[in-house]
Design a protein around this ligand. Sequence first.
Ligand SMILES: [Zn+2]
Length: 440
Amino acid sequence: MFKLIRNGIGFWGPDRTVGPMHLLVDGDTIAAVSRNEIPAPEGARVYDLNGRLLLPGFVDAHTHLAQSYGRGIYDNRHLTQWLWTMIRYLHLDEDETYTAAQLACIEALKSGTTTVAEMTSLGVNVDASVQAIADCGLRGVVSSCLGDYQEGDNPAPPLDAEGVLEEMTRLHRQWHNSHEGRITVRLSPVGLPACSEELMRGTRALADELDVGIHTHCCEGEIETQNAYERFGCSEVEALGQFGVLGPDVQLVHCVWLTDRDRQLIAESGSHVVHCPSTNLKITDGLPQMVPLQRLGVNIALGCDGQSSSGSYDLFKEARLASLLGKGLSADAAAFPAETALEMITRNGARAIGLGETVGELTVGHKADLTVIDYPQVHLIDEQRLLSNLIYAGSGGDVDSVLVNGEVLMWHRELLHLDEQAILAKALKQMRRAARILPN
Ligand SMILES: [Zn+2]
């Protein structure tokens, strides 16, 4: 079944000049991309973009979707206090997890995100969360966020290293390459501060055996990062290197508290970094220095993280903030230009989560995951400065239509396969029951 998407505009070539763009989809795959009109094959469905901007679908390289029910009620807390509060006061059953994740998927879709790298939070039903991604039509690289070690007086985690590895194996068996290949699985030890050496080494062995990547938090909190020196006699990144975890199939999330040596190790290992600037600023993790990593050649993607910590699932916000923060912290106005910001939420994101050959570019043979931006609009009127205007003035509300795997999921802002109003009404009732609101 062909779909012809005609009369769009797009960015062409290394200098990203704007020109006409027509695109042919064959099933779930991009079959042609051209500046010239493409004749409609017999039986093709034709979609006319009327001059709108066609982009690769956005890739969110780190999410905790079910945290949508905790949004807006645990504000003004530092990382440790925020996490403590959420673990104790946000309790979701299976149906609540499913709807909370649906709510997040709708927000992601409506702001142009077509792929999420979902790390389902500790204590939340991972299968319900993955089912929501599958049912909403998104592409998902999914994992369950698990640890086997706890510092201090906190209660011990429910699983030991062996139990965690068994659960990772179960998740892989149940979901990997399911739903027309849209759902794939990675392994997520939550992060070294909550994992043993045995679990980290075991995760690497299992990842190699299953031929899947690893998705883990790294160097987010200052105190937690420092604890590695007491536990392992070296930095967190050095320990991950010694345990065999680092490599080109790994996405390291946050990377706020790195030494120069850590940056070298990440670069040499080919590991990818996922930058979550809204979370880092809102729960005062610290100021993440991404420009030095980029200068070493590290691939940097962006993540909206959990809505409870970042506040939103709109990658436009992360792209703008990453660009501004990169410029500000490096005192280099040329750092992280708009071109780089767009790459971070498309091609870089795809590479970071192991889908570099599958999505992230409008290339023949890639899956047809597409985001259409309404154009022209008051803040997007000149083709010659469209990319800059898109990053610094654009928002998720500018997204007109979205396709994933060749399926039209949203057309002119209407979700075609989901009853948005019914889901919102159900979510409102549930979130008031499931998430206890605390005084600040
Ligand atoms: Zn996270």
